[in-house]
Design a protein around this ligand. Structure first.
Ligand SMILES: [Zn+2]
Length: 159
């Protein structure tokens, strides 16, 4: 059962996601030659980082070359989502901060808005989900309104 699930998930990841540094680099080249084709990007390398837990990606520029790291948490998520995180970091190769110029470049992608929504939701699921599960260890069909009511009262007292 678990082996079958694992096999199905693996097939999905292979067909819909990006899971190697080579494939990630290829995807970055695709982004460079579409949304950023008129930008004179410096040489840069791209790889997955397993230590990157708080952010989806990072970009460091050293002299005239850049290093982009993408959180390994994104492995298994759709290619177009990973492409959005790549686009964000690749824009940072030339533009610091998230001002008007940065936003205009991001909006070149038709997936920009849904990408932001996807990542916001993912962040909520990854951060809030486990906290809720730890605080309210429900069974499958358990509804425990008294637990929520107790939590509400505790929050009221604290604030
Ligand atoms: Zn940024």
């Amino acid at each position: 059962m678990l082996a079958r699930l694992r096999e199905k998930l693996w097939l999905r990841i292979q067909s819909e996601s990006v899971y190697t540094d080579e494939a990630l680099t290829e995807l970055a080249q695709t982004v460079a030659s579409s949304e950023l084709r008129d930008m004179d990007l410096p040489p840069f390398s791209v790889r997955f980082s397993r230590r990157q837990n708080k952010r989806w990606g990072s970009c460091t520029v050293d002299g005239n070359s850049g290093t982009i790291r993408i959180s390994a948490h994104l492995i298994g998520h759709p290619r177009w989502v990973i492409a959005q995180v790549l686009l964000h970091e690749m824009v940072h190769l030339r533009v610091g901060g998230h001002g008007a110029q940065f936003q205009a470049l991001m909006r070149r992608s038709p997936d920009h808005e849904r990408g932001q929504g996807y990542l916001e939701a993912l962040e909520t699921v990854e951060r809030v989900g486990p906290q809720v599960a730890a605080l309210f260890p429900f069974g499958e069909d358990d509804v425990q309104p008294e637990l929520f009511a107790a939590a509400d009262r505790a929050i009221d007292r604290a604030s």
